[in-house]
Design a protein around this ligand. Structure first.
Ligand SMILES: [Zn+2]
Length: 231
């Protein structure tokens, strides 16, 4: 039996558009309520955050969801967030399983593996929205600022994170105001731009209106996600 979404990976990768469409017809997506336009997906995401902030999260029937999701997935949004244990996108957007396609890495930047993961969810699973989610007091961004300032490499593999975040830190260095806050925002803006323009899949989906890429900042104190102005 062909699985929804997963079966299309090879077909999509080799340009089998017709076969992909046929495949989708053959098996309905497990969560029909997740078939949304980019704007409707963003609205739903932010409504989930409002519930989380006000402490009225829904009760999720995980037993039922598990059953429905055995055959595939069609998440309505993808989130690129920091690995920071305080963020937890599924909680922050009051979401069930099968709703969010989440990539997490300290400093929420889009490296090659993350771009590829986002290509999979957009091109194969049909996800209409990507949110790049930074957060205040981000340790990865702070460490990058300090490492550049002191001109001192950090131990282990951490310089890999520094190298990825450094361009945004440098770009934000001339801005007035709080250096860390500015760098966190700039890092989100830069990674939104990177994902939106990633050729050949994400840029095409964005140009066709099938995909929206937005940025936001998670506020640790309130749990509120503040969306950045969309360019
Ligand atoms: Zn962080």
């Amino acid at each position: 039996m062909m699985l929804y979404g997963a079966s299309a990976l090879g077909l999509a990768a080799f340009g089998g558009g017709a076969a992909l469409a046929k495949d989708k017809e053959a098996k309905a997506p497990p969560k029909p309520q997740n078939l949304l336009s980019p704007d409707a997906a963003l609205k739903r995401l932010m409504e989930g955050n409002s519930r989380y902030v006000s402490g009225v999260s829904r009760r999720h029937d995980f037993t039922h969801e598990r059953e429905a999701l055995v055959g595939g997935q069609n998440p309505y949004a993808a989130v690129l967030s920091c690995a920071d244990s305080r963020i937890a996108p599924e909680y922050a957007f009051d979401s069930g399983r099968g709703d969010l396609f989440v990539c997490r890495v300290a400093g929420n930047f889009a490296g090659d593996e993350t771009v590829a993961s986002m290509e999979y969810t957009v091109a194969v699973l049909g996800t209409p929205l990507i949110l790049v989610l930074g957060h205040d007091n981000c340790g990865a961004v702070d460490a990058t600022i300090k490492s550049l300032k002191d001109d001192k490499p950090l131990p282990g593999h951490i310089p890999t994170l520094v190298a990825a975040i450094a361009p945004s830190v440098k770009a934000a260095a001339q801005q007035s105001g709080d250096a860390l806050e500015n760098a966190i925002r700039q890092n989100v803006i830069d990674n939104v731009a990177k994902l939106r323009s990633a050729a050949p899949l994400l840029n095409a989906a964005a140009e066709q209106g099938k995909l929206k890429v937005v940025g936001g900042i998670y506020r640790l104190r309130t749990g509120t996600v503040e969306l950045l102005a969309q360019s």
